[in-house]
Design a binder for this molecule. Structure first.
Ligand code: SAM
Ligand code: DTB
Ligand code: SF4
Length: 320
């Protein structure tokens, strides 16, 4: 969809826009289900890249201590707990520039994925750049979706990251699509970008073929020590507007209200769900940053009469 059309949607009167988002949601989804996804950082920190928002870059002095790749058994334990807590998606993240076929670490991750995928949850990984061979291996091991965000517009991207390009991101996404995995791709609000940058990001996302299966909308967690540590929080109504436009233009995608919920009120999150968000990260930690507690999220969903997405048949089979 063209930028001008996205702008016209975005600039509607607020209530018309969120009503349109709600209608798009109702046309494609039912039951007030919200997908709960658990994140786990399987390899934290020490990353060679210079993404200006990221506490895991080795270029910035942050509170994150670099760690080793976690063992399969440890990861499985966390995944099992996530399933018991009602998550239907388990997302493993590694602070790598990318992965290479044949590399021992990559082989280890493939082994972990084979085990985790037996639990029946959707398995998502975010390991940085890859090409078709690695993508095929991940798919064969049991990955259902690969997360690789474009983060912002092509124009603003060089202000955020200099160690790789926007085109590098698109190349990885193409490899993921070629291998037949779902694409999970979204971005971050609050890095100093304009509303036009945010809509340009959506313009790029709507051009994907196939369309992204899920779109994480993160609000910047301003991590101490990063170049973005002093960015002010995102305006709630700007966030709600962007979620509504995302829902309207990508009606079948899971729109995931991702990082930054610790800075949102209950009422703000309710507006996000009304506008079309239908997935959250669940559990008190994201990768390195804070997320609302499990009890808090349970009572929020209950208060709004929203229900956690039911596990699929495959997931229940995995539980037995
Ligand atoms: N290294 C891989 C990569 O860059 O694709 C995977 C991990 S990376 C941490 C995954 C995504 O988390 C980033 O693309 C970004 O959208 C999001 N993210 C990282 N730090 C963030 C922050 N401080 N606030 C909000 N989102 C953040
Ligand atoms: C995504 O879009 N957001 C998640 C997930 N994909 C990997 C990560 C958010 C990270 C927030 C900052 C942190 O925990 O360090
Ligand atoms: Fe590394 Fe990913 Fe963080 Fe960029 S976002 S510094 S690639 S871990």
């Amino acid at each position: 969809m063209k930028l001008a059309e996205l702008q016209a949607l975005y600039e509607q009167p607020f209530f018309d826009l969120i009503q349109q988002g709600r209608n798009a949601y109702l046309a494609h989804w039912s039951g007030g289900e919200v997908q709960l996804c658990t994140l786990l950082s399987i390899k934290t920190g020490g990353c060679s890249e210079d993404c200006g928002y990221c506490a895991q870059s080795s270029r910035y002095q942050t509170d994150v201590k670099a760690g080793k790749l976690m063992e399969t058994a440890q990861i499985l334990e966390v995944a099992q707990r996530a399933r018991e807590n009602g998550s239907t998606r388990f997302c493993m993240g590694a602070a790598w520039k990318g992965v290479r076929e044949g590399d021992a670490k990559f082989e280890q991750v493939l082994g972990t994925i084979r085990e985790v995928s037996k639990l029946g949850m959707e398995v998502c990984v975010t390991l940085g750049q890859l090409s078709t061979n690695e993508a095929r291996k991940l798919k064969d091991a049991g990955v259902t979706a690969y997360n690789h965000n474009i983060d912002t517009s092509p124009e603003f991207y060089p202000e955020v990251v200099r160690t790789h390009t926007f085109q590098d991101r698109l190349n990885t996404i193409a490899a993921v699509q070629e291998a037949g995995m779902d694409v999970c791709c979204g971005g971050i609000l609050g890095m100093g970008e304009s509303v036009t940058d945010r809509l340009r990001m959506l313009e790029v996302l709507t051009g994907f073929d196939p369309a992204p299966e899920s779109v994480p909308i993160n609000c910047l967690m301003a991590m101490p020590g990063t170049p973005m540590e002093s960015q002010p929080p995102v305006d709630i109504f700007e966030l709600v507007r962007l979620i509504a436009v995302t829902r309207i233009v990508l009606p079948k995608a899971k729109v995931r209200l991702s990082a930054g919920r610790t800075r949102l009120s209950k009422e703000g999150q309710a507006l996000c769900f009304f506008a079309g968000a239908n997935s959250i990260f669940y559990g008190d930690k994201l990768l390195t940053a804070e997320n609302p507690g499990v009890d808090e999220d349970r009572s929020l969903l209950e208060a709004l009469d929203l229900v956690p997405q039911q596990p699929r048949a495959a997931c229940l089979a995995g539980a037995s």
